[in-house]
Design a protein around this ligand. Structure first.
Ligand SMILES: [Zn+2]
Length: 330
């Protein structure tokens, strides 16, 4: 059963002997691979979305996995009825078992069809891309992908969505994000090969990377702070529309610059454990690099998101963002 699927995926490799499909109240499920589960309604609700929900793309980000566990338990017990096609994914299984962000490389930069790398994480990226391709081919209506994460550091907005960049932006339903009690939205300014970008770029799906609080071990998460998110997942599984949230409650930010590490002699001008969205005034020296020189805030304050001074050379050490107006919503 479903509970067992989650447990098995978390503790052990794919067990070929266990049940590959079965019934659920309102539909059925199929195990497509280790940590890859499809839910198929007998009768989809009118207007149901085709939903990919992924968690554990970074192995130590456990709150989203607990949310998924709750959702599957509710479906199995009949407290919820499957009324929408769903693809449920646990991303980096070895990293989840080891309670670490990744084993050899960051899985969330590998979701591109021309991926050349080999190794466990690149192979897993290929497997997940195939699963998403197959799912959206079988269920092309109203595509949505929520890739759930938690952040390494504190945040002025603990729950926020990252909107991947694509040339043609599929419509975003900001009212749904607001109803799920997300607090901020960060608009990317260039392609980055994340899982949510994959669904947006190659499948024109509405897709987000959701940062849902801070990294904690299993059992130490505050799921009550994620009750809006839990309700959203339940509504998606049942193909229900929820009352629109107040988009005026959402803060929107756009990436203005990326701080890149160009040399060994690189350092940030602020403590690395600063909260995401901390704002720095004009005149602040945000970084010093042996090759690129100093980066000083010039015309208007900048806020810092995802800072990390210890990235590889020529990788991103922080995003620098500014508030912006919300893009149009349908
Ligand atoms: Zn993550």
């Amino acid at each position: 059963m479903l509970d067992e699927w989650l447990t098995l995926a978390l503790v052990d490799d794919d067990d070929p002997g266990r049940e590959r499909e079965g019934r659920l109240p309102g539909g059925r499920y199929r195990v497509l691979g280790a940590g890859i589960l499809e839910l198929i309604p007998d009768t989809p609700a009118p207007g149901a979305r085709s939903v990919v929900i992924s968690a554990g793309i970074h192995g130590n980000e456990t709150a989203p996995i607990e949310l998924l566990g709750e959702l599957l338990a509710a479906l199995e017990a009949g407290r919820l009825h499957v009324k929408a096609p769903m693809l449920v994914i646990l991303g980096n299984l070895p990293a989840i078992r080891a309670q670490t962000r990744f084993i050899s490389t960051n899985l969330n930069r590998l979701f591109r069809r021309d991926l050349a790398q080999s190794g466990d994480e690149p192979e897993r990226a290929r497997e997940l891309m195939r699963a998403v391709d197959g799912f959206f081919a079988r269920h092309p209506e109203r595509r949505l992908h929520l890739d759930m994460h938690t952040a390494i550091r504190d945040s002025r907005y603990p729950r926020f969505a990252v909107v991947p960049y694509t040339e043609t932006q599929p419509a975003s339903r900001w009212q749904d994000l607001a109803a799920a009690e997300l607090q901020a939205v960060l608009l990317q300014h260039q392609h980055s090969w994340t899982f949510s970008h994959y669904s947006r770029h190659y499948h024109a799906a509405e897709a987000y990377t959701l940062e849902l609080g801070k990294v904690r071990p299993f059992g130490a998460n505050d799921l009550e702070a994620l009750s809006g998110m839990r309700d959203w997942l339940a509504a998606l599984a049942e193909g229900r529309e929820r009352p629109a949230g107040a988009t005026s409650e959402l803060r929107f930010f756009a990436v203005a610059f990326e701080l890149m590490r160009k040399s060994e002699a690189f350092r940030l001008g602020f403590a690395e454990d600063v909260a995401n969205f901390t704002e720095f005034p004009v005149g602040t020296r945000l970084a010093e690099d042996g090759e690129a020189g100093e980066f000083v805030v010039d015309t208007a304050p900048l806020a810092v998101v995802f800072p990390n001074a210890r990235v590889e050379l020529n990788a991103r050490a922080a995003l620098l963002v500014r508030p912006c107006d919300p893009p149009a919503s349908p």
